[in-house]
Design a protein around this ligand. Structure first.
Ligand SMILES: [Mn+2]
Length: 404
C-alpha cells in the first residue's frame, strides 16, 4: 500500500515534468495536444477528488507543494539587477522604459517592453477556473504556445474567495506558471494574502456574517486541515508562501504608450495639491514597506485596496479602502509618467468600466460563461457579470468579452 502511494504521487509529478520537458523541447506540434495534456494534469488529480473531507489528499498535497516550490523559485529568478538599479534611482517610467529588461522584476514590480508581444490583462478571478478556461480559449493560448508567439497573460490578482473552486483554480494557475514561465505573470490582489499564527488564520478581507466559511479560501483551507488528516496544516503556509511571492505592479511600454497595471489603485495622497506624492521618491518606493500613511497602511496596501471615484462624495479617508479623485489620479500619473492604469478589484456587471477620461480602466474577469446560449459556469460567484479581459498590442488597449 505504502509503495503504491509513493509511486502514484511520483507519477503525478513526473507526468507534469514530462509535459514541461516536451514544451521546452518544442515537441508539441498542435495546440490541442498541449491543451489536452494541460487539462489531463488537472483531471488526474481532481478526477479522483469528490469529497475533500474524506478523500486521501496525499497525492494532491505532494503535487501542489511541488508546484508552489517551482513557482516561488521562478518568481525569485525573475529578479533583475539592471531593473533594480533603474527603479531605485528613477521615478519617471518614461525615462527608463527602454533600458528595463523585459519580463523581469525588481521590488515586486514587473517591467515589460517587448514591442512584438500581445499582452492580455486579466482582472479578478475569485476561485473560478471556468472563466480562466474561456480566457485560454479566447486568447488562443495553447496554439500560440506551440507556435512560440510572444503572448503574455498578466493576472491582476484576487485568485481566491467567493467562487466554488479555490484549490482547483490555484492548481491551474500554478501549473500555467510552471509550464509557461515567460508567458504567465501573476500579481497580487487584496484577497491573496493572510497570516497563520498560533493555529489561527487571519485573512486580508473580513468575511461577511452571512457568508459560509467554505466560500473564503483561508477559512476553508483551515477547516480542511481539521477535517482531513491527509491534508496537513503546513499547506496553509505553502499557499501563503505562494501569495507572498506575487508581484504588486507591472509597467508595460509599447511604442509611445505605457500602462501601469495593479490590482486596485494609487497610493494614498499626502500633503497638498501639487505635492500629493512627495513621500514617493523612486519607483522602488511603491513597494517600500517602511513608508506608511496616517492609518499605518503601506503603499502596497493602498495599491491593492483603493478605488477611483467620479463623483464628489465622502472620500472615506480613514479606511484602508479609500477613494481617489481624478485630480489625485492625474497628479500620480504625471509623477510616474504612465499613460493608462489598468486594474480589477471592483465588480462591474458589464465586465469593465472606464474612469477619468478613459485613463483608468477596471476589468472584471469572472462571470457567466455562455455555451450555446447557456451559462455553464458553476464556479463563479458573479453570474450577473459579463466578464472581460483587456488586450494591449501595438500600444493600443482593446476590450475583449469572454462571451461573443
Ligand atoms: Mn480586490
Amino acid at each position: 500500500m505504502r509503495i503504491k502511494e509513493l509511486e502514484k504521487d511520483k507519477a503525478l509529478i513526473n507526468s507534469i515534468k514530462e509535459v514541461k520537458l516536451r514544451i521546452d523541447e518544442g515537441s508539441y506540434i498542435k495546440g490541442e495536444d498541449l491543451e489536452f495534456d494541460f487539462k489531463a494534469s488537472l483531471e488526474e488529480v481532481w478526477g479522483e477528488l469528490n469529497h475533500l473531507d474524506e478523500d486521501d489528499m496525499t497525492d494532491f498535497v505532494k503535487l501542489n507543494n511541488f508546484l508552489i516550490e517551482e513557482v516561488t523559485n521562478l518568481h525569485q529568478r525573475e529578479n533583475n539587477l539592471v531593473n533594480k538599479k533603474l527603479m531605485k534611482t528613477n521615478i519617471d517610467i518614461k525615462m527608463i522604459n527602454n533600458r528595463l529588461e523585459d519580463s523581469k522584476r525588481a521590488f515586486d514590480i514587473y517591467a515589460f517592453n517587448d514591442q512584438m508581444s500581445e499582452y492580455f490583462l486579466i482582472g479578478d478571478i475569485h476561485s473560478d477556473l471556468i472563466s480562466v478556461d474561456r480566457i485560454l480559449e479566447k486568447t488562443d493560448f495553447f496554439e500560440k504556445m506551440v507556435k512560440d508567439k510572444g503572448l503574455k497573460l498578466i493576472f491582476i490578482g484576487d485568485y481566491v474567495d467567493r467562487g466554488a473552486s479555490h484549490l482547483k483554480l490555484l492548481q491551474g494557475i500554478l501549473t500555467l506558471k510552471y509550464l509557461f514561465p515567460e508567458h504567465i505573470f501573476l500579481q497580487k490582489g487584496n484577497h491573496d494574502l493572510g497570516t497563520y499564527t498560533d493555529g489561527v488564520v487571519k485573512m486580508g478581507v473580513k468575511k461577511p456574517e452571512k457568508d459560509s466559511e467554505d466560500d473564503w479560501f483561508l477559512l476553508y483551507l483551515y477547516n480542511l486541515t481539521k477535517a482531513n488528516t491527509t491534508f496537513p496544516d503546513n499547506m496553509i503556509y505553502s499557499y501563503l508562501k505562494f501569495f507572498n511571492s506575487l508581484a504588486i505592479a507591472s509597467f508595460i511600454s509599447v511604442k509611445e504608450t505605457t500602462l501601469l497595471v495593479a490590482h486596485a489603485g494609487i497610493p494614498r495622497p499626502k500633503g497638498k495639491e501639487g505635492n500629493l506624492f512627495d513621500h514617493i521618491e523612486s519607483l522602488s518606493d511603491l513597494t517600500n514597506e517602511t513608508i506608511k500613511d496616517h492609518i499605518d497602511r503601506s503603499i502596497v496596501e493602498n495599491i491593492i485596496w483603493s478605488d477611483p471615484t467620479d463623483v464628489n462624495e465622502d472620500l472615506k479617508e480613514e479606511r484602508a479602502r479609500f477613494k481617489f479623485t481624478q485630480a489625485q489620479f492625474e497628479e500620480f500619473k504625471d509623477l510616474l509618467g504612465f499613460d493608462y492604469f489598468i486594474r480589477g478589484h471592483q465588480v462591474e456587471t458589464q465586465g469593465y468600466r472606464k474612469f477619468f477620461k478613459e485613463r483608468l480602466l477596471t476589468i472584471f474577469s469572472s462571470g457567466r460563461i455562455l455555451k450555446d446560449g447557456e451559462d455553464i459556469n458553476t464556479d463563479t460567484a458573479y453570474s450577473k457579470v459579463n466578464p472581460h479581459i483587456a488586450k494591449f498590442v501595438d500600444g493600443e488597449i482593446i476590450l475583449v468579452a469572454l462571451n461573443d
